[in-house]
Design a protein around this ligand. Sequence first.
Ligand code: PPS
Length: 300
Amino acid sequence: MPAVLTMQPQKQYLFKHKGFYFQSELATAEYIDSLEDFEIRDSDVFLVTFPKSGTVWTQNILCLIYHEGHRKGTESTSSMDRVPWLEYNIHIRDYNSRPSPRLFATHLPYYLVPKGLRSRRAKIIYVSRNPKDVLVSYYHFSRIAAKLETAGDFGDFMENFLAGEVLASSWIDHVEGWFSHKDDFNILFLTYEEMKKDLRSSVLKICNFLGKRLTEEELQDVVDKATFNKMRMDPRANYENVPSDILEKGKGHFLRKGTVGDWKNTMTVAQSERFDSVLKERMQKLPIKYCWDINEDLPS
Ligand code: PPS
């Protein structure tokens, strides 16, 4: 019997609503439903990701682009406060009264985002990452996340991931859904790997998409402060100050390795083959190809 049939999903801390897993303590089905009518402004920017795909990184980049004080280091507001989670309104803020331009982060699938986004005026940045690195990052994250079931064995976690029995459900459904509905939205697709390999070009792409003109010096500042090493040291961006009832201290860092191809250090050959056997066919149909190793060129 394939292992996937015997796995227990990480359900203690999750609830499923409209086919998608959410964190129980941080959202309700009613709140998720209310987001459908969340009023969208033309100036809104939504950062959309499947977990562990470069969310916090891009969150910080958006803060650095939009907020001079963030870029210059004169303001200490965290990137999580500047680019709050749409579906997890952790600090119970009134999103409707936030000044424009509002920046949000979300893991929502395409079919659960506010319907006003389909008017194609507000902007969406969708960042995805090769799924083997997502899986490994997710596995380590679930060991420090207090509100997720402790992932014991990596092999078990992989089966849950492949079956979509994790927070945010199935990686392939998420990516495929957003790509196949791209024409409904005003959307820029980026990959974690292109950001890693050429951060400057990626920041420029984001600026162009957002219509933000930075001077050469400002651009350099954004790139510099968005590097892994700088972000790791930046309390506004490194998630080390997240309350310990969300991320357990001393068990590991949110900004863990920050590279491409770390999956090779965790997955066995057999696990990698099993992973391919489940996802390969659907991945081949995606209009995007991923880079699987830091030494590989980006696919053209
Ligand atoms: S979450 O929980 O969904 O918000 O996680 P997310 O932020 O999407 O993904 C976390 C991974 O992104 C890495 N990260 C970075 N990599 C390179 N450069 C920078 N600046 C950077 N910032 C965050 C982070 O280290 C996690 O990946 P792993 O592989 O675990 O290191």
